[in-house]
Every structure is written in C-alpha cells, then in structure tokens.
Design a protein around this ligand. Structure first.
Ligand code: UDP
Length: 474
C-alpha cells in the first residue's frame, strides 16, 4: 500500500506548496456554483443525482462548522423565489439565465455568460470581500467560477464530479460520447482552479493523466454519506430488513437485488436485468422467490428511450419479477436499501457511487463493477463483491453466491455498516474546509478570511472586516 492509499481524506496528491496552514483559519462565506442542477431538485432522475446530494450535505456540514454557503443555481421556473434558505447558514439563490423550461444540459454553455452576470449582480453593492472563495461543481459551473473568482480576487476550488474523457473511455455500446467542447471546457477549468477536489485517488490520477492537472493543486476528499439517515434499523439488520419489507409490501423470503440510480446506459441497469434472466434460466425455481426493484428515472442518453429498460425486461421474459419505481426521497430510499438483500451497481463509469455507501450504511452489501471510485466505496470480499467487467454471467454468479449462503450475507451486512461508518460528512466537510484554507493561504488571503465577521447594518449580512476586492489576485 502506498502512503497515499492508506489515507481516507485530506490527501494532497502532490507536495503542499507552502507550509501547511492552520486549520482554524477558514473562509467565512463561500459562493457555491451549481449551474445545471439545483440542490432543491429530487435526485435519481434527469440531471439530479449524487452531485445534488453532495452539495446539500456538504453545504449543511460546512455551515455547522462556521462556513456560510450561498449556492447559485439556474432558475428553472418563473415561480421560484430568488432566495431559499436550505438550512441555517445555507442559502440557495436562483439566477435567471435563459428560458426557464425546455433547456437541456447541452444547451447551457450558451447561457453561462448570463448566469455569470446574475451571480455578479447578486454580489454587486455588497461589502468588498462578501465571498471569500468560490467552489464550483461540474465543468459548466467551473466556467462561471473562473470568471467570478477572478473578478472577486478569491480562489476557485473546483470539483469535476464526472469527466468527459473518463466517461467516453467507458461508453456502453451505442451510447453517445461527450462532446469535444466539454473536454476543452474542462481543460480550461482545470488550468484555472486553485484547487481541484477529487473523490478518490483514482480520480486524482485521472485529472493528472487526462487533463494535465498540477499535482500540488489536486486534493483527494472522499464524499460522505448522511449516517443519521442511512443507518440500519435500531433492532438490527435482520429485523430491520423484515420490517422494511413489510412496509414496502415486499415478500419476506425473497432474494431482492436492488438497483438505485439514474437510468442510463452508463449506470448499466441492463446488466442486472440480464444477470437475473440468466440466473432464472439456470435455476427456474428461484423465480418464485426473487424480486428486482429498480428505483430511479431516466437520465442523460437514457432519456432518448425512457421505456428502454421496461422493454428489455419484457424481452428477457422477467417483467413479472422486476418492479420499476420512480425516484423517492432519501428517507424512503433508506427503507429500500434496508429491504434489499444486496444492492447491485454494474456501472461502466462511476466517479464515486454514493448509493453504494448509502446501502452499506443501512446494512446491505453491494455487488459493484470494479470501476472508478467503487473499489473505495466497497471493500471487496468484506462489505460486498467487486466484479471486473460487465458480463451478466459474472453478476449472476455473484448474486447466487448471496442467495446460496445466508451466513455470508449476514456477515457482509454487518461489515458493510462498519465500512460505511468511515464516510461521515463531518470528516468530508472538515477535509474540504482544509482545502479551502490551503487555497486561501496560497493566495495570501488567510488572515483576511479568518477575521471576525461584523454585521452590515444596511443589509443584515455579515461581512469580514477590511477586505479589498482583488487585493490578492494571482
Ligand atoms: N437518489 C435519491 N432517490 C432516488 C434515487 C437516488 O435520492 O430515488 C440519490 C441517492 O441517495 C444518491 C444519489 O441520488 O445520493 C445518486 O448518487 P450516485 O453517486 O450513486 O450517482 P450519480 O447520480 O452521482 O451518478
């Protein structure tokens, strides 16, 4: 094991450029950018997924350690209020940029200028230094982040979430590749960011290899999971599974392999359906005791064929055992995880895979493809099984392994809870705050950002004292 592999979070890929900053010095207020999807949207379909959950949870945790967060997102309806308080210290600001409805993610590059204008308008007239740092998510936000961070003279911290070059290298047959304009856009953002947050060491290496990122600017911080929400039933994993099954109307003695996520070729739910079909062909008696819930809605290139998975189930002759359910809120999702025997995540590419950790946190082991961040999210042979490649026969074998050996299932369920416990948001938010501190430190802005805030009587806003705009631009 290398020195870096052993660390969970807070890992700088390259050597720090300067003396490590004191962790007590933190920004007071961060402008977070999420152009193409709102933290208020229901995850599990369309453009809303792990990134939305990540932003909400991270922002809440940052606020609890004294860092206010304002999240800017594009308004997608005329009736949205301009500001919504998501939690104490976390504000969502809706920015008008382009038509409210009918814009696909692919249309958004043309609206980035308008969005940037909206963000700077929200800032105009405020005390200089209102925001100490910009944290952008996904390349579209990174573009706006470059502009506003430069204008405000503050650092830009960027999280890619997914990368075009990585996705394109793992495309399912016939799937649409990400366009060259995105690759170019990502390259510019990588160059401009003071710090890049990578979910795993692997993602950090991909940033270096595919985008020429500067090693000293990439920091690995594993995302967290809300361990208060995603936890086993207080009566224990077994009793909790039985209770969740009866709440959801699922049979008690069934093998329940669960799929949760946005339905698109990259997530490969088809591999699970093919695996189940193969399993039932070999062991027809299992049909009486298997239920396969698929929780989520179409997304990305999956939107072109929204009924594609239902048609595949019919084609494979397994419609009677597959339950399609639309996306659900996270509390209900926890019940689906508790009810399942195992979560199956056959993704072709996955920058981390939050659902894998959420399921384990509820006491459900995972069968996952050995790609991207999943080898970090799942401990192979301990809290689940990693499968190299996407051959349905391999997934069928792994599934049957759980069906045939209830003792192993019980053992892995307990181990899954223990493994997931190391992914709390408190650790992830503290590590992110350290990255902010390092970025401010490198710009010589630390002393200013960490000064006590005072109230701006005219606006009721807090602002750090004595901060000059653009005082320390690069
Ligand atoms: N999710 C949800 N309801 C659903 C399906 C998914 O809230 O019905 C959430 C899930 O809890 C997880 C996120 O969507 O946090 C998906 O994240 P993941 O990293 O697994 O995939 P991504 O969407 O980022 O590709």
């Amino acid at each position: 094991m290398t020195r870096l592999e052993g660390l969970h979070s807070r890992t700088l890929v390259g050597p720090p450029r300067l003396r490590p900053p004191d962790a007590r010095h933190r920004p007071r207020r961060v402008a977070m950018l999420s152009v193409h999807t709102s933290p208020l949207h229901q995850p599990g379909t369309g453009d809303a997924g792990g990134m939305n959950v990540y932003i909400v949870e991270l922002a809440k945790r940052l606020a609890t350690i004294g860092i206010e967060v304002e999240i800017f997102t594009r308004a997608t309806s005329a009736v949205l209020p301009p500001r919504v308080e998501l939690a104490p210290g976390v504000l969502v600001r809706h920015v008008d940029a382009g038509p409210y409805e009918g814009l696909a993610k692919e249309d958004l590059p043309a609206q980035l200028c308008a969005f940037g204008h909206g963000v700077t308008q929200a800032w105009a007239g405020r005390q200089p230094g209102h925001y100490d740092l910009v944290h952008s998510h996904y390349w579209l936000s990174g573009h706006v982040g470059r502009l506003v961070a430069e204008r405000w003279g503050v650092p830009l911290v960027h999280a890619m979430h997914t990368m075009a070059k990585v996705k394109n290298a793992a495309l399912a047959e016939g799937d649409t590749p990400e366009p060259a304009a995105r690759v170019l856009g990502e390259t510019h953002v990588v160059r401009a960011a003071d710090r890049l947050l990578a979910n795993t060491q692997k993602e950090a290496e991909e940033l270096l290899r595919h985008y020429g990122a500067d090693t000293g600017r990439v920091a690995v911080v594993h995302p967290g999971v809300n361990l208060e929400r995603f936890r086993p039933d207080a009566r224990g994993v077994e009793a909790g599974r039985a209770a969740a099954r009866s709440r959801l109307g699922l049979p008690q003695n069934a093998l329940i392999p669960l799929f949760v996520g946005r339905i698109q070729p990259l997530k490969a739910p088809d591999v699970l359906l093919r695996a189940v079909a193969g399993l039932l062909e070999e062991r027809p008696w299992l049909r009486e005791r298997i239920v396969v819930p698929v929780v989520g809605g179409p997304s990305g290139s999956g939107l072109a064929k929204p009924e594609g998975l239902q048609k595949l189930a019919a084609c494979l002759g397994i419609s009677d055992v597959v339950l399609f359910r639309p996306p659900v809120g996270q509390d209900q999702l926890a019940d689906w995880y508790r009810a399942a025997s195992v979560l199956v995540m056959p993704s072709r590419s996955e920058s981390f895979g939050l659902v894998a950790v959420e399921a384990q946190a509820c006491g459900t082991p995972v069968i996952a493809a050995e790609v991207g961040g999943l080898p970090v999210a799942v401990r192979d042979g301990v809290s689940g099984v990693l499968v190299p490649g996407h051959d349905p026969a391999d997934y069928a074998r792994a599934l049957y392994g759980f069906a045939a050996d209830p003792a192993r299932l019980a053992r892995m369920s307990e181990a899954a809870v223990r493994h997931a416990r190391s992914f709390g948001w408190a650790t992830a938010a503290a590590a992110t705050a350290d990255v902010y501190t390092a970025a401010l430190h490198e710009r010589g802005l630390l002393a200013v950002a960490s000064r006590p805030a005072r109230r701006d009587p005219a606006r009721g806003d807090r602002a750090p004292v004595g901060r000059g705009v653009g005082a320390a631009g690069r």
